[in-house]
Design a protein around this ligand. Structure first.
Ligand code: LMR
Length: 392
């Protein structure tokens, strides 16, 4: 049997992680996978996470199963964090990580839709979005999103492409900190898109993996909150990997604001059934850590302060790298780095240039020239900038 398995290649992000790990050079610089690094190059455990974990160790009395969609307290805490105060009925489901949330949301779309409903992806998008959609056999379409010339949004292209969407289609949006470009929708863009989706009867699937890394926890959710409140239904997929630093604990969640309580019951039951088919009960430890932090005022304050420090460090790295590249190239080609948000930006380099940066300079970035700004430190910014400038 196994001989008939089709060969599978890892995607470019995973390939790069391996290449980096295998590179023996001391000065190598990791701007690849989307993991936060501090000024010392470490991926720290939040103090609030440590506290919440030790609290759980001391007080938790059972590891018995939770519900099929996870613990209701986790749903409530995540809904509050992402959607704020709302009267909308919200179906919710804990998942293994943000990727699990994307997968289960797409499974739900497939279940609800039969073969005709398309999912529209921005160009570009996180590489695993297209891969999961294709694996599920859901029809996929692409809308223009990134304007490489300005480093911002291609608004005319986006509108023209989504004008082709059929009622019932789903439009995937990045809640904030667009992966891979860092080019975010403005509040006005969210409002315009909300009107467009309402007019064309399209459902948003909003992937939120970096809340708190762009303009702050509340500001990063403001656009999606306004959209969700204005539309009859939506799907929001949330990751706790980055903003709680719980990468390996796999914390994720699907939030599905529904039209009414009848839809709520059906959607909740469908999410439970989908979890049952895939892994039965979702992981609980990380979800419980997140719930403890969000519902304990001192832990929440500590977590918010630490997260804010990360956001400011990334923003400072953006300014420093843009400045260094301006100095070295004598041009504003990389000026948009300063305006983009979150961990990522695309430098607009060719695959050859990306390969040379890796092989000749030990500077690792994804093959579409996506860099993780959190991978830079004061010491490596000038080194990375010199390498980039040398390969232009
Ligand atoms: C990334 O984009 O690098 C992260 O979301 C990690 C991943 O799973 O791809």
């Amino acid at each position: 049997m196994f001989e008939s398995l089709p060969p599978r290649e890892e995607d470019s992000i995973l390939r790069l992680m391996k290449l980096f790990a295998d590179d023996p050079r001391v000065g190598k610089i990791d701007l690849g996978v989307g993991v936060y690094h501090d000024a010392q190059g470490r991926t720290p455990i939040f103090a609030a996470v440590k506290e919440a974990e030790s609290l759980l160790v001391r007080t938790q009395e059972s590891k018995g199963y939770t519900g099929l969609t996870g613990a209701p307290e986790f749903h409530a805490a995540m809904a509050g964090l992402v959607l704020g105060t709302t009267e909308q009925p919200i179906a919710a489901c804990a998942t293994p990580g943000g990727t699990g949330a994307v997968r289960q949301a797409l499974e739900l779309i497939k279940l609800a839709a039969g073969p005709a409903r398309r999912v529209w992806l921005p160009n570009p998008s996180w590489i695993n979005h297209a891969s999961i959609i294709d694996t599920l056999g859901i029809p996929r379409a692409t809308y223009r999103y990134f304007d490489a010339a300005t480093g911002g949004i291609d608004r005319a292209g986006l509108r023209a492409d989504l004008a082709e969407a059929r009622p019932g289609d789903v439009v995937l949006l990045h809640g904030c900190c667009h992966n891979p470009t860092g080019a975010d929708l403005t509040p006005q863009d969210w409002a315009d898109l909300t009107a467009l989706l309402a007019e064309r009867q399209l459902t948003p699937l909003i992937d939120l993996a970096y809340q708190g890394f762009g303009n702050g926890l509340e500001a990063d959710a403001a656009g999606l909150r306004a959209m969700v409140a204005a539309l009859p239904e939506a799907l929001v997929t949330v990751s706790g990997s980055k903003n709680f630093g719980l990468y390996r604990e796999r914390v994720g969640c699907v939030l599905a604001p529904c039209k009414n309580t009848a839809h709520l019951a059906t959607t909740q039951a469908a999410l439970a059934w989908l979890n049952r088919q895939a892994y039965a009960f979702p992981p609980d430890h990380g979800a419980r850590v997140v719930t403890t932090i969000l519902t304990t005022p001192e832990l929440r304050a500590s977590w918010e302060a630490e997260l804010d420090g990360m956001r400011l460090r990334i923003a400072a790295n953006r300014t420093a790298l843009a400045g260094e590249l301006r100095r070295l190239t004598g041009s504003d080609r990389f000026a948009a780095l300063q305006d983009q948000k979150g961990m990522f930006s695309c430098l607009g380099l060719s695959t050859d240039q990306v390969t040379k940066l890796r092989e000749d300079h030990g500077v690792y970035m994804v093959e579409d020239s996506r860099i993780n700004l959190a991978g830079l430190t004061d010491a490596t910014i000038p080194v990375a900038a010199e390498a980039i400038a040398a390969e232009l």
